[in-house]
Design a protein around this ligand. Sequence first.
Ligand SMILES: [Zn+2]
Length: 355
Amino acid sequence: MTTRRSPLASLLLALVATVAAAAVGAQGSGDQWLDLMEVAARWKANVSYDPLTGTGHVLRGSDLVRFKVDYPVFSVGQGTALRATAIKDAGTRLGIRTDAVHAIEAWFAERDAERASHFSVAAILIDPGHGGKDPGAIGEFGSGKDRLRVAEKDVVLAIGREVYDRLVERWPDKRILISRGGDTFPTLDERVEMANDVQLGINEAIIYVSIHANASFNKSASGFEVWYLNPEYRRSVVDPKKAEGVDEHVLPILNAMLEEEYTTESVFLAKGILGGLDGGVGDVSVNRGLRAEEWFVVRNAKMPSVLVEVGFVTNEDEAKRLSDPDHLRKLGDGIYNGIVEFVDYFEHRKGSSAQ
Ligand SMILES: [Zn+2]
């Protein structure tokens, strides 16, 4: 934003400035020369000055501006030079001209913008799907003592708890949440509310990882996949025809996940988790890749959100794996590793590129 002055006002300002420039020290703040101490107070900065050497600095938080009187260069940060009219030692006060004030303020603004770009993931919500009265997908095989019955709600709870425990251990200072820690059934709204209820600072984010297991009439279907929201269609309405062939229990969950400006982050999160799963169980299970479809509908949350399908309970070999605690731990570790990779990326990509 710029402000415009009338020609008359500009002329008057120029006259006042000329007078003030001649009278620095005597009259204090004119439009050209200002009292450094007053300017620093406005910046909430401290000034240090040694009259013997003529050197000093202005310190605003961690932002340091070094100056030498009568020397038209200010050294800022780690030695960047700002050219502007030199500070004058007028005996009872230090005078700083407005061009120098503006140059320093511009640098402060840059520093503020850089700090503002440093996001952190303050909270992570792990959401094991289904639970309680809702078993989710079920796989049943064999009979008698060879009978195998695998319920999605149990598989995803074991995995979710593994992910949750490891995240709590790694980041005791982050808010790590789990939508259910036992065989209970939070409603979809309750799950989403858990995420939306977290109070976040201006540069803080929460990520939402929903964990499910898949089912298919095709008993040979197997493998893991990670869904994220496709921004192109985020305002569209679910079309059941388009969703055909997609595990229908997943629809409302995907619909509840939200996306505004975090689409890119969701893709990175999904890629990280897919990579983590591939590293964990890729030797025994099929990597079905990243998934994003147009029937995603987005309601209203601002967080990177993904939905992980850890495998098919309807595939006998996979059902056996999904009833093996060791395999579930590997799946949990894979998801955990993917989240860690994402958080490191999210929190450090801008900071690490800063000069
Ligand atoms: Zn499910």
